[in-house]
Design a binder for this molecule. Structure first.
Ligand code: GUN
Length: 291
């Protein structure tokens, strides 16, 4: 089975658009997302443009704040603080990575937890670990939504996560171990220092790959019938394509899909779900359903 993130994300966006239509009738607050983009990193520009476009699609308001890559940390902190104080804006994201002269910790800590729809602040990460209501980082949140909507059983299963980033691997391991559905899995969080990785991954009923290396997971690392979730997205040259490139994941799709019972493709798997989750979080913020 192919787990279709594109289709599922469209369903979620339709649900959100329907809720926005109701809010309009009720005379409530139209959700408003502010995105801060520093500099000209190609991937970051693509992601932020996609986020802003998706806001339009579901009827949200959005504000894109572009800053030059030589902006000072103090200036950026002031921009964040102004958005914190602006009652018109419900959700705030600062696109990462930031230039080296800016402390990502300082900037993240400045974001008001109530508007932190990326779920990156210490307050939201702590609340996640405690299983309190919190904003959950968009990619892991999107994966949980896919598992839920595809009725994939996770309780009591062995879940192996590859990659321990703050944005994906680490929150993913917390969510899968929590006493929720999906969740209740026996989780192994692996990373670059893990020994005998193929031995561990072959034991996974659910394998979540967020290592950031193209084609890293091969068929011999996967158990027959496993559910495989591929978070990677890489542009590689392909002269047979008009564009000259194609997108591939962290998993060798052709060979692993022969063994897996369900798998997310790249593109069209986890990627579109990330944006749908950000929109869901922004709706939660406008409706003040977390804090
Ligand atoms: N950079 C890569 N992923 C993300 C994300 O989900 N949010 C933000 N703000 N920056 C990112």
């Amino acid at each position: 089975m192919i787990i279709d993130g594109k289709k599922t994300s469209e369903e979620i966006k339709n649900e959100i658009a329907a809720r926005v239509a109701e809010i309009k009738i009720e005379g409530g607050k139209i959700p408003h997302l502010a995105a801060v983009l520093v500099g000209y990193d190609g991937a970051s520009q693509t992601y932020v443009n996609a986020k802003v476009k998706s806001c339009e699609q579901v009827g949200f308001e959005s504000t894109l704040i572009r800053l030059e890559d030589d902006v000072t940390e103090k200036e950026l902190l002031k921009v964040v603080e102004d958005i914190n104080q602006n009652p018109e804006i419900d959700g705030l994201i600062v696109q990462l990575p930031l230039p080296k002269h800016i402390s990502v910790e300082k900037v993240t800590e400045m974001i008001k937890p109530e508007k932190d729809v990326d779920g990156f602040t210490p307050s939201n990460v702590g609340r996640l670990a405690l299983n309190w209501p919190s904003y959950v980082s968009a990619t892991p949140n999107g994966i949980m939504e896919l598992l839920k909507r595809y009725n994939i059983e996770t309780s009591g299963k062995n879940c192996v996560v590859i990659g321990r980033s703050h944005i994906v691997g680490s929150p993913m391991s917390i969510l899968m171990a929590r006493n929720t559905n999906p969740g209740n899995a026996t989780v192994t969080l692996t990373h670059s220092r893990t020994q005998n990785l193929p031995e561990i991954t072959r034991n996974a009923d659910i394998l979540i790959v967020a290592i950031g290396k193209p084609g890293f997971v091969t068929a011999d690392m996967v158990k027959e019938g496993a559910v495989v979730i591929d978070v990677g997205i890489h542009r590689v040259e392909d002269t047979s394509k008009k564009s000259g490139f194609k997108l591939i994941g962290d998993v060798k799709f052709d060979e692993v899909s022969e063994k897996a019972s369900a798998i997310t493709p790249v593109p069209g798997g986890v990627g579109p779900m990330t944006i749908a989750s950000l929109l869901s979080n922004t709706l939660l913020a406008a409706e003040k359903r977390i804090y």
